[in-house]
Design a binder for this molecule. Structure first.
Ligand code: DAT
Ligand code: MG
Length: 138
């Protein structure tokens, strides 16, 4: 059993897509073991995305991620990290496969509807960033 970390990003929350995205997660068989609606502080967004600090889009990404509430989730299942990445599709919605969340709900490479951890180490870090272990013991 593996856990991964997911975010429904501000543009998707603002466009009332929480339900559609949660529906796809549940239909896939992944189990939601943690979920909260939060507004990120600027410092939290900067720390969360600090691996991208040197990238030209870092400032804009942090502006966007703090522009409205987001849904943070912990997802559990066999191979959850890859399964959630596959459900999301490629970073750029224009390049994402048909039927993926980013293709169907993303607007552009920045406002791409969802986030997903990319490896066990990042999943552990990102889950710990938003959830206490005791919250996820369901
Ligand atoms: P992913 O979210 O697929 O793991 P990433 O880790 O490379 O992609 O980038 C993190 C986020 O940064 C991504 O979801 C949206 C934003 N981003 C990535 N590349 C970008 C670009 N070329 N221009 C603007 N924003 C970008
Ligand atoms: Mg990433």
């Amino acid at each position: 059993m593996e856990r991964t970390f997911a975010i429904i990003k501000p543009d998707a929350v603002a466009r009332h897509l929480i339900g559609d995205i949660v529906k796809r997660i549940e239909a896939s068989g992944l189990k939601i073991v943690g979920m909260r609606l939060v507004r990120l502080a600027r410092a939290e967004a900067e720390t969360f995305y600090d691996v991208h600090k040197a990238r030209p889009f870092y400032g804009s990404l942090c502006d966007y991620m703090t522009s409205g509430p987001v849904v943070v989730m912990a997802l559990e299942g066999d191979g959850a990290i890859k399964r959630w990445r596959d459900l999301m599709g490629a970073t750029d919605p224009a390049k994402a496969d048909p039927g993926t969340i980013r293709r169907d709900f993303g607007q552009n490479v920045e406002q791409n509807a969802t986030h997903g951890s990319d490896a066990p180490e990042t999943a552990a870090r990102e889950l710990a960033f938003f959830f206490r272990t005791s919250e996820l013991t369901v």
